[in-house]
Write a protein that binds this ligand. Structure first.
Ligand SMILES: [Zn+2]
Length: 269
């Protein structure tokens, strides 16, 4: 691994990223501990926003901990890491895009920079600054959690409470790990301004074959009354309830009769 390669007079960036509950902080702590054992000066930072486990330690979900400093901006990291050989930064997603320049600067000064953070937000979109850091880093580790639904390796973070805020600080009370198959992106239909919604666009944009396809998909779902392939409507969550899913019917339970009638009218018109 990285630690085994002798590197003289140069710094570098290591990124540890993945979903929540994938062991990012655990891995960060492991690497920083090894640096401390090697008698390196280590400076560890976390954003002031993350108060889940107290202010003076980084703590992993399995309760490993290492002393850290709270900072409210990236510039503070630059100032406080002046004497460090290795710099650890946890919860990188809370620092925003400015963190990239800070990590580059630290690495350019000859320091080993280890950054841990979420690579996707709760909708599954790339979550800056990690995507950018992945591009400029020398070493990348993607950590995987276990999907709580099916047990597969998981790289998505499912938010369990309704909120449109990109940052909602929480742990197992608010989030769970899901795999690609079981992840259910929150309803994005409501976020779009009127005129940009799927329901407005289908009339003009969609080709006849698209419409035929979506009709077939819906009719399969309607008959079974359960899982709707293609993510156009909804599917049952773990408790057996029908959870909202992105798509035209996302905001309520599907109404097969009305849906069919509307589609028919559109296909004809
Ligand atoms: Zn799964």
């Amino acid at each position: 691994m990285t630690e085994n390669i002798p590197q003289k007079n140069t710094g570098w960036i290591e990124v540890i990223c993945g979903s929540m509950f994938s062991g990012k902080t655990e891995e960060l702590i492991r690497r920083l501990r090894r640096a401390q054992i090697a008698k390196q000066k280590v400076a560890i930072f976390k954003p002031r926003i993350d108060r889940r486990y107290g202010s003076d330690h980084i703590v992993s979900h399995n309760l490993q901990r290492i002393p850290s400093q709270e900072v409210s901006s990236c510039d503070e990291i630059l100032k406080r890491a002046r004497d460090a050989d290795a710099v650890g930064i946890d919860e990188a997603q809370f620092f925003g895009p400015d963190l990239v320049a800070v990590c580059q600067e630290l690495a350019d000064r000859g320091k080993r920079v280890i950054v841990a953070g979420l690579d996707q937000d709760y909708t599954g979109k790339p979550f800056e600054p990690i995507p950018h850091l992945l591009a400029v880093a020398e070493y990348i580790t993607k950590t995987l959690a276990i999907c709580v639904v099916c047990g597969n390796p998981a790289n998505r973070t499912q938010r369990k409470v309704p909120s449109k805020e990109r940052i909602v600080v929480g742990a197992a009370d608010l989030y769970e790990a899901r795999c690609r198959h079981c992840f259910e992106p929150p309803d994005e239909e409501e976020k779009r301004p009127a005129g940009m919604r799927e329901s407005d666009r289908v009339k003009s944009d969609r080709t006849e074959s698209d419409r035929m396809k979506s009709r077939r998909v819906d009719s399969v779902g309607d008959r079974s009354g359960r899982f709707k392939p293609g993510g156009t409507t909804s599917r049952p969550d773990r408790s057996g309830r029908t959870a909202p899913r992105r798509g035209r019917h996302a905001r309520g339970h599907p109404k097969p009769g009305r849906t069919k009638a509307r589609r028919k009218g559109r296909a004809n018109g």
